[in-house]
Design a protein around this ligand. Structure first.
Ligand SMILES: Nc1ncnc2c1ncn2[C@@H]1O[C@H](COP(=O)(O)OP(=O)(O)OP(=O)(O)O)[C@@H](O)[C@H]1O
Ligand SMILES: [Mg+2]
Length: 321
């Protein structure tokens, strides 16, 4: 059984005069020990997927439909009381912009230990032992638990954030842009650490980033998101080598480090749509060089075009991308 399965997930935000269809029918799954990369331009709904799975949407956000199965249990209908048994325990998250998540006037170790003895029934000694253990897991000196956040480099702070996310032994770790604010060398170290932890703990990881070169490095499978929908899902190497969706092909073309020696950087004309009034049919059609009549009228479904390689384009498999 998959650790996570989303089925036709729809998450919307209500505004005074409109609704933002931020996630509009997203289905994917992640196995234990697997990293699923979720990529796409800013505003396409990646963080909204993550916050839906944690059930920590802002007040105006709500799950309008679909299922989120964690170890086979649909958490969408759960009450706030029941979701507490899942959140942080089965599913944990490293937040986008988490770098400054620690309170600057409290010691890092105290902040992690406090959760354990205040909410989890650990004695103080047990809590600090666990924090030391977590620090060694993320390759921080256990003695550093008595340091303040400002005494940590950015890389060390991100390690501490990972330690905190793993405190209650989750099965699924959602990492939302976990290396975006780091320099390339530190990025590499954090990615290596996440891979090590994944092996040791058999973690399922949902790795979110807009950076395709990072996605290529960390993922087993990827989902490419556009305007609230997955447009392509498959094995990372196959998606990057033989993309089936024009949007994926354009996105890859915009990342020189992935395409290697390609002469010219591509850019995608136009901008992503306003998600409160997306275009009819395929939401990518206004920017797609291959768009035909049907694309303006009929919404393409995500379908298996090649084995285990899905795409949501009317012409997938017919285009020379
Ligand atoms: N609280 C909110 N109220 C209204 N709209 C929102 C809210 N939060 C997010 N949105 C909108 O929902 C859409 C998806 O946002 P989301 O943060 O999920 O995107 P993202 O892919 O994570 O972007 P980024 O790469 O910039 O982090 C965007 O159009 C965004 O403006
Ligand atoms: Mg985001």
């Amino acid at each position: 059984m998959s650790v996570l399965e989303t089925r036709d997930l729809r998450t919307y935000y209500s505004l005074v005069n409109s609704v933002v269809y931020a996630v509009d029918g997203v289905s994917f799954d992640i196995e234990a020990g697997e990293t699923f990369g979720l990529a796409g331009e800013s505003g396409c709904g990646k963080t909204t997927v993550a916050k839906s799975i944690m059930k920590i949407l802002s007040d105006n956000g709500y799950i309008a439909g679909g299922k989120i199965l964690i170890d086979g249990e649909d958490i969408v209908p759960l009450s706030e009381e029941d979701i507490k048994k899942v959140r942080w325990r089965k599913v944990s998250m490293i937040f986008q912009y988490a770098m400054n998540a620690f309170n600057p006037v409290l010691k890092v170790g105290d902040q992690i230990a406090e959760i354990l003895f205040e909410k989890e029934g650990y004695s103080k000694d047990e809590a600090y032992d666990r924090v030391r253990e977590l620090f060694s897991m993320v390759e921080l000196e256990p003695s550093r638990i008595y340091d303040y956040p400002h005494e940590f480099s950015r890389g060390m702070r991100q390690r501490a954030i990972i330690a905190q996310a793993l405190a209650l032994n989750p099965r699924l770790l959602i990492a939302d842009e976990p290396v975006t604010a780091l320099d390339v060398v530190t990025q590499g170290k954090i990615i290596k650490l996440l891979k090590k932890l994944q092996r040791e703990l058999n973690l399922a990881i949902l790795f979110i980033t807009h950076d395709l070169s990072v996605i290529a490095e960390v993922s087993d499978r990827v989902g490419i998101m556009y305007a609230g929908n997955l447009v392509e899902v498959g094995d990372v190497v196959r998606v990057f080598k033989e993309p089936l969706h024009p949007y994926t092909a354009k996105l890859i073309g915009a990342f020189p480090s992935i395409i290697g020696e390609k002469k010219r950087l591509e850019f995608i004309p136009g901008a992503p749509p306003d998600l409160s009034s997306p275009p009819p049919g395929c939401k990518f059609h206004p920017r797609c060089p291959y768009a035909k009549d049907i694309c303006r009228k009929e919404k393409p479904v995500l379908r298996e075009v090649k084995k285990d390689h899905l795409s949501a384009c009317h012409f997938s498999g017919e285009l020379d991308l």
